[in-house]
Design a protein. Sequence first.
Length: 182
Amino acid sequence: ADNYLPNVWIGATICNQEEADRDIPKLLAVPSEKRFLSMEPLLGSVNIRWALSRNPLEIAAGFLERGYFAPDLEKIKRLDWIIVGGESGQKARPMHPLWVRDLRDQCAAAGVPFLFKQWGEWFPTSIRQGGTTLGAWNGDDFMPGWGDIKNPENNMVRAGKQSFGGRLLDDKMHDEYPEVSA
């Protein structure tokens, strides 16, 4: 029998691919009822497909590709929940909308709950509040399209924590949680 408390969830903070490759194998090796990632602030594109898989062999291969030994196959369990959010504060860095969408899509494909907490200081100009599109800022507080002029939905503005950075991703709230056993 596994030696863990069934009401304890364990998580790790992951900001980028380097941290994901280093820390997800450690997290998945720990016995726990639920395992989750708090990916905030998200500072880069992160591929975690292997750790979301329902296939224990794919997860075991993910361990080995990152230089870790996998637990016994009968003990391998995937990640149960992904939480994503942007950075706040005076020196906050923007979070690219494509990074968030990719994680949302990885979770959807695997059937893993996805919670988008907030954009942080920076958010896409396409976010709407009260019927108007936000983003009438210039200068240092505007980041056009991350070099992708053809996709203005990726334009970012800095509005500050007190502003409505919001929780919408592509006009939808992503408020998913893992099921809890009674």
